[in-house]
Structure formats: C-alpha cells, structure tokens
Write a protein that binds this ligand. Structure first.
Ligand code: M6P
Ligand code: ZN
Length: 191
C-alpha cells in the first residue's frame, strides 16, 4: 500500500563523500562513547584531554511500512588510533537471535570482526567492494586500519536490536594494533 510508505523510498549515495542524503538521523561516536573498548586506558585519557575526537559517524534511514521495516545505516570510521589500537565501531550482537545483517565496504580498508557468545572468532579483510553477511548470533565490529576514512553500508531489520553488553564486558578475542607500521592481530588479555 503506497500510502503506508514513509517517504522517500530512495536516498542518494555520494561515493566521494561516503554519505547519502536525505539522512533521518546522524549519530556521532567519540572516544568518550567507547572508551572501555580500547585496551590502552592511558591513551584513552590523553585522547579525552586532547578534545575527545570523533571516531565514527552513523547515518541512519529507516524504511518503514506497515508490513515491514528495513534499516539503512552508513558508518564512516575516521582514520586514527588510541595508543596502538585502530579506530573501530563499538560492536554489538543483535537482541533478536534470528537476525542477520549485510555490510558493504564502499571506501577504505580494514577488517570485519565476528564473534559468537561462546568465543568463536573470525576476521574478514575488507577492501572497497567487499560485501559480508553477518549471521544471526554473531557479534560484529569494523576496524579501520587504513589512512583514509572507512565507509560501509549496513542493511538490517529494524527489529534486530543492538546489544552491546557482551562486547563491553570482554571485547573481541583479538585486537588490531599497529606494529612496525602494519596492522597486526594480538590476543586480547580479557579473554
Ligand atoms: C552499522 C549498523 C548499525 C550500527 C553501526 C555502528 O551501521 O550495524 O546498526 O549501529 O554500524 O556499529 P555499533 O552500533 O556497533 O557502534
Ligand atoms: Zn548489527
């Protein structure tokens, strides 16, 4: 039923900008919003004192109708590190255990980290054009290991829900840190 659709049906993505318009909401995530996610807490304090830099932005648009509701998200992760650890999203698992997600890397380079509640871990290397399916019950986080912005498009069901507790408690099994100028996986001591 056309009259049930929350217009617009389409938004326009600008590949140079790494953003679409119109945007329903934009959220800024700063170091203060994910300070417990980084392993080097002294470096977190230095970053906060230096102005609490922006780590990533989420552009969001719900496509809601009376019968279905998909969400479109575009995340823009700035290049940078806290200490030796690269900027990344907080990471979450869906509240609904039957809900997957599609992530599409359009700009930049990095890794998608996936992990189950039991601690099974996977990492997928991302370059522009990589499209990843996130299965239900796998937590997901994206890490920007490049020197430019990493931009990815996300599509998921509005009812999926975000649960941050698992990742806030222990993080992912492995962290991405810079060693000799290169992104390197190291074990996370909290596991
Ligand atoms: C994608 C989607 C969003 C998510 C965002 C940032 O756009 O998965 O649902 O909010 O990435 O990820 P996080 O919420 O883990 O910080
Ligand atoms: Zn998700």
């Amino acid at each position: 039923m056309l009259q049930d659709i929350d217009y617009p049906i389409s938004v326009q993505f600008d590949f140079d900008e790494g953003a679409f318009s119109p945007v329903k909401t934009r959220s800024d995530r700063r170091v203060s919003d994910l300070k417990m996610m980084f392993h080097d807490q002294d470096a977190v304090q230095r970053a906060l004192a230096a102005g609490d830099p922006l780590v990533y932005q989420i552009l969001y648009h719900p496509f809601a109708t009376s019968k279905s509701d998909m969400a479109l998200g575009v995340s823009r992760i700035f290049p940078g590190r806290i200490g030796d650890e690269y900027y990344m999203t907080k990471g979450h698992i869906h509240e609904r255990d039957d809900q997957p997600e599609i992530y599409f890397c359009v700009k930049g380079e990095g890794y998608l980290l996936l992990q189950t509640a039991g601690g099974e871990f996977r990492a997928e290397r991302w370059t522009p054009g990589t499209i990843s399916h996130i299965p239900p019950m796998w937590a997901h986080r994206v890490v920007n290991t490049g020197s430019d912005m990493l931009v990815f498009v996300a599509s998921y069901h509005l009812s999926a829900g975000h649960d941050y507790r698992l990742i806030e408690a222990k993080g992912f099994r492995q962290m991405l840190v810079e060693r000799d100028g290169k992104p390197t996986f190291v074990d996370n001591g909290r596991w």
